[in-house]
Design a binder for this molecule. Structure first.
Ligand SMILES: *[C@@H]1O[C@H](CO)[C@@H](O)[C@H](O)[C@H]1NC(C)=O
Length: 469
């Protein structure tokens, strides 16, 4: 069960739908376009990229170090480095407008596609650029890198190409209508199939799902669905060859691609009465979510029938738009048709400490609750300044910290008082508090200091950790 699904952040722009992307891997930042603004996960603005024109695409590299952005009025690719908060530009050399941008999930390669079907592959490490003119004859609209660095691209010329990282086409297939949402995956076949992602899937004309096996290119499979479902909004592969598909009329459908039951529906739910606008999967949580109308519905992937959580956003009468989870599953963002972005906490690290019968535990990313049920004390919520990786509670104080820093709070009858923060000479492994002192264990040493008094009167002691209990 998702125990905590509290709203942790809401941002609002008036107007229309938003495009946004979570920082990959770390999930510390979220980039939001129009002009591209970057916020940290608590909603603090970190930077804004002044683009000429409108953002038409953006993507974070696999480690979340670099955000790449393209706009409709520039032939440059803008790169924002999250580690140093700096923006740089590279000249794409493309004469026509860029339409598509995507980082590889296996290396420092960036693919950029254009309105006329040209492609650029840029290597961020070597700065090498490989322009490929005429990869397609019309706009490149979608694409995907495989974990072996093959690049699948879909275009309005009704074809899908598979290229290697040098830009050479290794496979090509035509489809009946506009391709969308190209993805690589592993499809289970009874034959001994070669390892790796050898199946390319693509939604064709929003109606069918086209599965193209690179090792068996002459026998693609095309799956059609019940008309009452409406058109395909988007789909996600998960687990051992399953596909979750969201349909415009509110349907949430799971099919199998196992060869003996290919296309068979394993699960179907009418999650949203009028319309569905997005589906998302978190492999970290083993959950799937859909959104539509003004609600989000979350299912457990191992027990699809069980609805894990339903979130109704009563104020969003114009409806929701796109859902997206951070890679660690902690935060789920949803944008809305009127241009707001809400972020929900879907998983909280379990973190706590006790002192006698008093407990202190994390209740939100920036909130620790101190309670003592045995003594009949009412729980107190302490707003803390960092997302802690340790908590210490004593008879009169609570401390939180991360790395080599700790913040101290006094728990008084008249409320919580912030006392001070301290830096230590190493990463703190644990901390204990008694009524007056704090003991911080780091790198085999213990530093003992008074909780209240200033740092002028620190008593420094060292002893081997096993003797400190
Ligand atoms: C990041 O850099 C921009 C200028 O490029 C500056 O305005 C902003 O304050 C910086 N943000 C942080 C959090 O350092």
């Amino acid at each position: 069960m998702i125990s905590s699904l509290s709203l942790s952040l809401s941002l609002s722009w008036l107007g229309s739908c938003l495009q946004y992307k979570w920082q990959k891997t770390l999930g510390n930042y979220i980039a939001v376009a129009g002009s591209v603004k970057i916020f940290d996960r608590h909603g603090q603005r970190k930077n804004e990229l002044n683009l000429p024109g409108r953002c038409v695409g953006m993507d974070w590299d696999k480690d979340g170090d670099i955000l790449a952005v393209i706009s409709d009025k520039s032939s440059s690719v803008y790169l924002w480095d999250a580690n140093v908060n700096k923006t740089s530009q590279i000249d794409s050399g493309m004469r026509d407008q860029m339409s598509f941008i995507l980082w590889s999930k296996a290396g420092p390669l960036l693919a950029v596609g254009t309105n006329k079907g040209n492609l650029l592959i840029y290597n961020q490490q070597t700065s090498r650029k490989i322009p490929v003119l005429g990869k397609h004859t019309k706009r490149i609209t979608c694409g995907c890198w495989s974990s072996q660095n093959l690049l699948a691209l879909g275009s309005e010329d009704c074809s899908v190409t598979i290229s290697n990282q040098e830009g050479d086409t290794v496979r090509q297939t035509s489809v009946r209508s506009d391709p969308a949402d190209v993805q690589f995956s592993v499809m289970k076949t009874d034959e001994r199939s070669s390892p790796g992602e050898s199946t390319v899937s693509v939604a064709v004309g929003k109606k069918t799902l086209f599965l193209f096996n690179l090792n068996d290119p002459d026998n693609p499979i095309e799956l059609a669905f019940q008309q009452r479902y409406g058109h395909i909004i988007s789909y996600r592969w998960y687990g051992d060859g399953y596909i979750l598909i969201g349909f415009s009329q509110g349907y949430f459908v799971v099919i199998s691609t196992h060869i003996r039951e290919i296309g068979q529906e394993l699960f179907q739910a009418h999650n949203h009465k009028d319309s569905l606008t997005s589906v998302a999967i978190s492999s970290a949580l083993n959950k799937a979510a859909s959104c539509g109308d003004n609600s989000i519905k979350i299912h457990d992937l191992s027990e699809l029938k069980e609805m894990d959580a339903i979130v109704n956003l009563e104020d969003e009468t114009q409806g929701l738009d796109q859902l997206s989870w951070t890679d660690d599953g902690q935060l789920l963002a949803v944008s809305t048709q009127r241009g707001a972005l809400h972020v929900f906490l879907t998983r909280l690290p379990i973190l706590g400490h006790s002192c006698g019968t008093r407990l202190a535990y994390l209740t939100s990313l920036l909130e620790v609750t101190v309670s003592n049920r045995v003594e009949g004390e009412a729980p107190v919520a302490v707003a803390v300044e960092v997302e802690p990786n340790f908590i210490a509670v004593g008879p009169y104080h609570v401390a939180v910290g991360m790395n080599n820093r700790a913040w101290f709070y006094a728990l008084g009858d008249s409320g919580v008082e912030r006392l001070k923060d301290m830096e230590y000479l190493g990463t703190i492994a644990t901390m204990c508090l008694n009524s007056e002192y704090a003991a911080a264990l780091f790198e085999g040493k213990v530093q003992l200091h008074m909780v209240r008094r200033g740092s002028g009167v620190i008593v420094c002691v060292s002893m081997s950790p096993p003797r400190v209990v």
